[in-house]
Design a protein. Structure first.
Lengths: 571, 86
């Protein structure tokens, strides 16, 4: 059993097909000046052939992510900068066209590697990919890529973007590669195509010859080569279970999330753009529990105007009909590049001047955002949430600003929605510990378990050496969650959760039992969480919570929760 | 030379599909077309240069074209960027 990295969920079982592209590295080769025109001719022919290959793949891939990537690669073949660099390496430096292609594409790829935008860095893989494709054409080799005669699990050291983009979903049961991380293009494309995938699974490509039976679990990140008959039975049962679950969730996603004893738990969506709203609704969202507003502030040279912000908030609010939309004010800090904020370089930006504390020092930014939200609130049911609250003084200062805004609107006769709730994200332990006191100053709490867990366990979840300590089901985190729910109850306000734990199917009964009445999750998880709610009674949920709160370790808690109905898809 | 200053309306900015569509459209014109964003200049006909511009939503874009069809080029590109592309 190989433990790799889970890249795309789902279980797959089938014969391995090992993709081992020929080694096509080229050494520095010079040509005689008399051959230059001939080499340029070879280059032009190779570009045309490569473009034709990509065009055929793009037609087969259709309109989605895979087609986009292939389309962008076709444009790259036409890029005047790139083709100009290759041509000048041939004409001016008298390099062979193979070497010119390798040099120029590697130069461009290295340049993209160095840029800060992750999307752009991934395009470096595309540039290298077309370099390889051109060299293969020049060497008279066919295009690389699997030619499957039966449904198989594709195994390789690594896959280029075009190889992954051209995988036929009907023939590829799953993917397992030696290299890669959850954000590599193979993972992204596999998720987009709904193909289970495990990356970082070395040495799978040397351990499973073509034809060997192999099983992969893209949810746990495991790969098993040549499993026993008993294991095969288990894998097949899991695959059947997944098929049934998918069909079941599709059929029930619009049913309301009410427990068996008819208590409503609001299951909402976490969104990052107004454009997410139709997808959220399509997944059965009953509201938006977290509307991240950072997109308005990034990738620009000046802050967004009140009008620009108003348009985005209004779009989301009207799109959601009368369903609640919780808008979080700017939650950003020195780790991101926002030139006009002049954020200082800090030793520890995550414990530094960011989010609300930064906004309170920059009232013009926060006030503009609040004005835009209030004006937009006539279009739907808006709620406001302040991020990274540590003290009640911060809450009072923020609410004073809100009061200033509404007083001014009253004076000018500017319309705004009535009853706009103002609440806070609870993600700093001090706020959780003081929930009872904070509850008197806000209309709701929404628990941000991602940061709450990191601060509580003192762990950076992206640090591989300590990431195992990051667990939102650790009893200490759960006790803080319980404090928040109690603090809410004592003040007659609601408490919900927008952190990842809200979407963990194991946790639904526990969270409802602790007293949370709203769970806001990433959009694809909504149907499952709603189904879990429908399987509960409040009595069962409280029993689950009581049993969990008596345990000392995350391991015990996880094992127990795996035995509850929520783990079995509500059965 | 014709020039126009516009704001990008599409949510993901000039990335992915919108970038490809933009570059394809630019390549259909004879004029030389330069785009400026975030203080950087890029050849509108080069997908690699457009992608490295990092032009996000609401980013201000200056589109300059020079050639026999410069007016049509600027008009068409400005319209693409300021209409919701999907």
């Amino acid at each position: 059993m190989i433990q790799g990295v889970a890249a795309s969920p789902g279980v797959a079982l089938g014969p391995a097909y090992v993709l081992r592209p020929a080694d096509i590295s080229v050494g520095e080769t010079r040509i005689d000046p008399s051959q230059v025109e001939n080499e340029i001719g070879r280059l032009e022919a190779a570009i045309a052939e490569a473009a034709a290959q990509l065009e055929a793949l793009r037609k087969a891939a259709g309109e989605k992510e895979a087609g986009e990537i292939l389309g962008a690669q076709i444009l790259m073949l036409d890029d005047p900068g790139l083709t100009g660099a290759i041509e000048s390496a041939v004409r001016d430096e008298k390099f062979s066209v193979e070497w010119a292609v390798q040099k120029a594409t590697e130069q461009y790829a290295a340049m993209l590697d160095g840029l800060e935008d992750e999307y752009i860095r991934e395009r470096a893989a595309d540039v290298r990919d077309i370099g390889r494709r051109l060299i293969r054409v020049l060497k008279g080799l066919g295009a690389s890529g699997p030619s499957l005669d039966k449904p198989s699990i594709v195994v390789a050291q690594d896959l280029t973007p075009s190889e992954t983009a051209s995988l036929d979903e009907s023939m590829v049961l799953g993917i397992a590669i030696d290299r890669g991380s959850t954000t590599c293009h193979t993972a992204i494309l596999a998720r987009a195509k709904g193909i289970p995938a495990v990356v970082g699974a070395a040495p799978v490509s040397s351990g499973a010859p073509t034809g060997t039976t192999i099983a992969i679990d893209g949810t746990s990140g495991t790969v098993e080569i040549d499993p026993s008959p008993e294991a095969i039975d288990r894998y097949m049962a899991a695959i059947e279970g997944e098929k049934r679950e998918k069909a079941r969730l599709a059929a029930t996603k619009f049913l309301p999330a009410r427990t068996l004893d008819d208590v409503g738990i609001e299951v909402s969506a976490n969104i990052g753009f107004p454009g997410d709203v139709p997808v959220a609704l399509g997944n059965g969202a009953e509201g938006v529990g977290l509307f991240r507003t950072e997109f308005l502030f990034m990738n620009r040279n000046s802050p967004p105007s009140e009008e620009e912000q108003y348009e985005s908030y209004a779009e989301a609010l009207s799109g959601m009909g009368g369903r609640p939309v919780v808008i979080r004010t700017l939650d950003i800090g020195g780790d991101k590049d926002i030139p006009y904020l002049n954020l200082p370089a800090e030793m520890n930006p995550f414990l530094g001047w960011r989010a609300l504390r930064m906004c309170l020092d920059r009232p013009e930014i926060l006030r503009t955002q609040l004005r835009a939200i209030y004006r937009a609130s006539v279009h739907g049911k808006a709620k406001i949430m302040f991020p990274m609250v540590a003290t009640i003084e911060e809450v009072r200062a923020a609410r004073d600003m809100v009061a200033e805004v509404t007083r001014e609107f009253d004076r000018l006769g500017t319309p705004y929605g009535s009853g706009v709730e103002v609440g806070i994200m609870v993600e700093i332990p001090s706020a959780a510990v003081m929930a009872r006191s904070l509850g008197g100053a806000v209309d709701f709490f929404s628990i941000g378990t991602n940061d709450l867990t990191q601060y509580t366990m003192a762990v950076d979840r992206t640090n591989e050496r300590v990431a195992r300590l990051y667990d939102a089901l650790h009893p200490s985190v759960l006790r803080l969650i319980a404090l928040v729910a109690e603090g809410a109850g004592a003040n007659g306000i609601w408490a919900g959760m927008c952190g990842e734990l809200a979407g963990d199917p194991l946790a639904t009964g526990l969270l409802v039992g602790l007293g949370l009445t709203e769970l806001s999750v990433s959009m694809p998880l909504i149907p499952r969480v709603k189904e879990n709610v429908r399987s509960l009674t409040m009595k069962t949920a409280r029993e689950i919570a009581d049993r969990v709160m008596a345990m000392d370790t995350a391991g015990e808690i996880r094992e127990y929760l795996s035995s509850t109905s929520c783990a079995r898809g509500g059965k | 030379m014709t020039s126009s200053t516009v704001k990008i309306v599409h949510e993901t900015g000039l990335h992915a599909r919108p970038a490809s569509a933009f570059v394809k459209l630019a390549n259909g014109f004879k004029s030389r077309i330069i785009v400026t964003a975030n203080g950087r200049r890029a050849n509108a006909k080069s997908i690699l240069e457009i992608l490295t511009l990092g032009a996000g939503k609401y980013c201000e874009l200056i589109i300059e074209a020079d050639g026999e069809d410069e007016r049509e080029a600027v008009k068409a590109l400005a319209e693409m960027v300021t209409t919701k592309m999907e």
